[in-house]
Design a binder for this molecule. Sequence first.
Ligand SMILES: Cc1ncc(COP(=O)(O)O)c(C=O)c1O
Length: 369
Amino acid sequence: MKVWSSDDKEYLDFVGGIAVNCLGHCHPKVVIAIQKQAQRLIHVSNLYHIEPQIKLAKLLIEHSFADKAFFCNSGAEANEAAIKLTRKYAKNHLGYDRYEIITALGSFHGRTLATLSATGQEKFQEGFEPLVPGFKHVPFNDISALKKAITKHTCAVMLEPIQGEAGVKMPSEGYLKEVRQVCDEHGLLLIFDEVQTGIGRTGKLFAYEHFGIEPDIMTLAKGLGGGVAIGAMFAKEHVAQSFQPGSHASTFGGNPLACAAAIATIETLLEDGIIMDNCKRMGKYFMKQLERLKKEFPSIIAGVKGLGLMIGMELTKPCTSIVNSCFEQGILINCTAGNVLRFTPPLIVTEKDIDRLIDVFEDIFGEIA
Ligand SMILES: Cc1ncc(COP(=O)(O)O)c(C=O)c1O
């Protein structure tokens, strides 16, 4: 949970590399896995079968809805792959003019041109126009807006089950189930961007498991490698078939080193269920403490939301100065959407760590109030 600056100041890390360091910093199992793999083989290219890549694919498929995996190096690349697979699938199965993907306002899907175009936030797009055509944005949690946006060109809906960069925006009760239903009725694919919500972050390995539905395609990155860069796209067999050898590729995607780190991360997360259980318990404890703080400082805190250890606290004012005050007091937190403090700590966070943060908040908010 801790990092130290070059002048030896200690920081308690509630950012966790923005939902990357799910096992904390330098977890011994991940470190050893990387060391061993580095001594054995670092890179060979996807011209050959890569043993750790196959093992990782099997591990994740065993624990998910998916039948096939594609590995890359980041969340944007994983989403780029999902967009390409969707277009190819639509051409093969739905018709040549079915290319449009509906995404949500407030979403964040990455910074390559296609994923930026999929992203429903103009502030990230400004200056990079013309954007890639074929994306339509509708308000999150508005099922009738989604239905109205479907045209004869639509082929898929792409959503984050919980919107991260929008300020930890939760789906309303039944929304994701209705989205699945609408997709089924219209023959559309459902893509879940679980780059931020995946790998245990919400208390289940994947966030979709909370909502009683399955997507057709899912993307992962962030926590997958426990700190090492790796991204992945997962799909059901009938969808995955639209990628044939040569359709899509990545030089470094699924390299032995990154896959060894990811295997160690997933195995450690799932081992005995201790860490996942900690995530659920600490998530509840954290929310309870923040709710208590909200009652104490109603003029400063507008709301608390989240699931597991993906938590947002909405303030009534911009939150940059709070992030800076915490930094001065040796605590790392993050501000998103202007006025939402976002907490994505390692899933090993303890009550003591949370209490320390709450004490610091008491001081800062007390002073402001
Ligand atoms: C939901 C979501 N999708 C995609 C991305 C992009 O991931 P990356 O920065 O690894 O390209 C992010 C990054 O914050 C994200 O939160």
